[in-house]
Design a protein around this ligand. Structure first.
Ligand code: FPP
Length: 254
């Protein structure tokens, strides 16, 4: 930690604790570019990306944010070179195994969302073990989107609902927003209030398409491995300046 980082151990004084996002979601982009800038292999960027994610999780915990969701691998990421895909799968598995005890001690509740059945069996085992081992924890909810695609999630929910209707277990008039949400991978999670994307790209890339309907978007040019507490502080400052209307009117016009 740098001196500046140490001073950010507790919630910065200019942030109002009552207006923090309850749930922050992150698109961790820029690992490859970070590595390239330093003349390192892409793998080094991903490794540093893991450390950044661990630091952000701890920062959310220190600052009183209830939930963090990270986009770790999309359904489209399979199209990367096999060597990189294999490296990422091995990295996730190793990190999960190494970090689990500390996460349990810190009361973190881990959840994975996505099509998990397509992942290597050993990783699936580690994922299920980590979810089970932290199920009763009452600290921050940490959700990792793995082999996740927002469109695929919505289609998956439609299939399940259609199946229920076909079998006479659900009536058409029972299908509404609340019911639909129960069939998403994220069922039971509150929606993200703030979505952060690093490395300057202005798109959602198939991440939480349903859940981010009213999320505030924050895009920074900073590459993911460099996204530290000071950067997160800036994102939260911006968030606290936003007027969240959820389709209504500005608070000073009513
Ligand atoms: C984007 O960078 C990042 C990813 C594809 C995901 C990798 C995420 C991590 C390594 C952190 C999560 C780790 C765990 C254990 C949950 P990029 O490769 O797209 O960067 P580029 O756009 O600069 O090429």
């Amino acid at each position: 930690m740098t001196a500046n980082q140490t001073t950010l151990k507790t919630l910065p004084a200019d942030l109002h604790p009552d207006y923090l996002p309850n749930h922050v979601a992150v698109i961790m982009d820029g690992n490859g570019r970070w590595a390239k800038q330093k003349g390192l292999p892409r793998r080094a960027g991903h490794k540093q990306g893991v450390d950044t994610l661990k630091s952000l999780l701890r920062c959310c915990k220190d600052w009183g944010i209830g939930a963090l969701t990270a986009y770790a691998f999309s359904t489209e990421n399979w199209s990367r070179p096999l060597e990189e895909v294999e490296f990422l799968m091995t990295l996730f598995e190793r990190v999960l195994r190494q970090e689990l005890n500390e996460l349990i001690q810190e009361q973190v509740q881990i959840r994975f969302v996505g099509n998990l059945t397509a992942l290597p069996q050993s990783l699936q085992n580690e994922i299920h073990h980590s979810m089970e081992a932290t199920r009763r924890n009452d600290g921050i909810k940490f959700t990792i989107a793995k082999n996740y695609g927002g469109r695929q999630e919505i289609v998956h929910a439609c299939h399940q609902i259609a199946e229920q209707v076909k079998n006479g277990l659900l009536g058409l008039d029972e299908i509404d927003v609340q019911l639909f949400e129960q069939y998403l991978y994220t069922a039971g999670n509150c929606d993200p209030d703030l979505l952060i994307r690093t490395s300057g790209e202005m798109r959602l890339s198939n991440f939480l398409l349903w859940q981010t309907a009213y999320a505030e978007l924050y895009v920074t040019d900073t590459l993911w491995p460099d996204f530290d507490r000071a950067e997160f502080h800036q994102a939260l400052q911006t968030y606290q300046q936003r007027d969240r209307r959820f389709g209504g009117l500005k608070s000073d016009t009513v």
